[in-house]
Design a protein around this ligand. Sequence first.
Ligand code: URA
Length: 425
Amino acid sequence: MDVISVIRTKRDRGELSGEQIDWVIDAYTRGVVADEQMSALAMAILLNGMNRGEIARWTAAMIASGERMDFSSLSRPTADKHSTGGVGDKITLPLAPLVAACGAAVPQLSGRGLGHTGGTLDKLEAIPGWRALLSNEEMLSVLDGVGSVICAAGDGLAPADKKLYALRDVTGTVEAIPLIASSIMSKKIAEGTGSLVLDVKVGTGAFMKTLEDARELASTMVGLGTDHGVRTVALLTDMSTPLGLTAGNALEVRESVEVLAGGGPSDVVELTLALAREMLDAAGLKDVDPAKALADGSAMDVWRRMISAQGGDPDATLPVARETHVVTAPSSGVLTRLDAYDVGVAAWRLGAGRARKEDVVQAGAGVELHAKPGAVVSAGQPLMTLHTDTPERFEYALQAVEGSFDIAPEGTAFSATPIVLDRIA
Ligand code: URA
């Protein structure tokens, strides 16, 4: 087999054979196929697509590139959630302990942020002492003892994806449905969860800008999961507006703790509960009400034990950025739009995210929102506060938020977009 013929097949809109796929994934993982050759193939896939058979084989080859975890020793059913990434998407933080408090085991392998979407591990690392890197044995022990664990995927899990994702990130080949679906599902299937709920984001702040693309991605992933014996369901959820009132690491931890304490912004609570119900249902725990576990403090108890088990201090004061800058409403009226992508870019430019893998994020940086679409605002009223340790970043962040909102004359009718747009099973 030679890599040039594999690239040519896809370049010329052909179908890759199973043997070609198995070979190229294995050869790339071993370093026999070079990065520039894999980039050419990834671009050909982005431009010409793959059919469901090719995607299934590609996913299976990525799973086979590494180890598979096994949670069969646990007494509880396992349920996991994966979000395709958004702005202010802190849902994993309250969701994992909540679902554990309701009786499931939640092995939440998470990632770091790159670009305008934040990463769960960066957020949790704002908590002094908290460790994202656990050995497989430690992960299993926290999962067994506490009920939920949020940590980085070990190097042994789908190493082909680890290499390929880093390459796609720097070659403009992330936004390809076959590559996104196989990347996410290879890790989730190798992780060994019994059930999986996918939160597929739609809108300006998401990879998928249209419902049609989001539906295709969701149904591809649900099909892959189901074929591998993982009960998989997808919710399509709105990402045209940031989730909650914060985008940034420590800012989002604070908001998540508010949700666990029974408060927090209504959209974050609504989505957390919707995903919890799906996870519990998929795990066979149909008669449990997650709203009760938020209200009676049992989800908060699991959160505190989970943070402590990973070296963190749940009572520690969270980092606060050294400098703030307030953006005010230029006119009075109804806030009709607040763009998720623009706010995500601003948070990133303030230091909450990274431009390159090796960049260090600022724990306190980000954007705090004071109004969401539908709110009536007065000229001069604070709309958002920008937080950073490095004030020279304000100018660049302000450019991002300049056109991020619309204020219509008072009395203008406003209808909110629902959080959950569709469900695919
Ligand atoms: N998240 C992943 O894990 N992979 C992708 O390709 C995109 C988002």
